[in-house]
Design a binder for this molecule. Structure first.
Ligand SMILES: [Cu+2]
Length: 185
């Protein structure tokens, strides 16, 4: 019993420590905390999906934020089943004042992120994956922390197809993959 208890408190301590480290990173650099390279995370087979014209958006998700965090990343998969390119140019998130489309670049061996100029192109027939360490949407100036629980409402804005309302499933703090069992709409 004693062993079980200490294992449990060690795990708790570990998660607290990593949450705090995450928070310090986020404060030192508003873009840190979700930049680490992570294995590709395919949305769950039962992830929610949305159609907008010939675009299909599958499995939008984000992460719960540690206390004090002011930014969060959002991830999903977007497929263009049409014959003309479109671009993801922006969007909205219920818990943030700003919403940007970001890419990661290597700059002298350092991973950095920046807004995608002109929007993220989705070519005809192509699927673009927004995932940790790669393209993502960035929710900036969070008005409250993101908590695990019900999905958070948001929207995506495309250059040609227009706007679509979506919901982001919420994974645990620091998760590299979407939460399991996202519900179908
Ligand atoms: Cu970013």
């Amino acid at each position: 019993m004693k062993t079980l208890l200490s294992a449990a408190s060690a795990a708790l301590l570990l998660s607290l420590v990593s949450a705090q480290a995450d928070m310090r990173l986020a404060q030192a650099n508003p873009h840190a905390g979700h930049g680490a390279a992570a294995p590709a995370a395919a949305p769950a087979a039962d992830a929610r999906s949305y159609k907008l014209g010939s675009l299909e958006i599958v499995g939008p998700w984000t992460r719960a934020t540690p206390g004090g965090a002011t930014v969060a990343g959002g991830f999903m998969r977007i497929t263009n089943r049409g014959a003309t390119p479109d671009r993801l140019v922006g969007g909205a998130f219920d818990l943030s004042k700003k919403f940007e489309v970001h890419e990661m670049t290597m700059d002298n061996g350092v991973m950095k992120m920046r807004p995608v100029e002109g929007g993220l192109e989705i070519k005809p027939g192509a699927t673009v994956e927004l995932k940790p360490g790669s393209y993502h949407v960035m929710m900036i100036d969070l008005t409250s922390g993101i908590r695990q629980g019900p999905p958070v409402k948001g929207a995506l804005q495309f250059e040609k197809a227009g706007k679509v309302d979506i919901e982001f499933d919420v994974a645990p703090v620091g998760a590299a993959a979407p939460p399991a069992g996202g519900m179908k709409r």
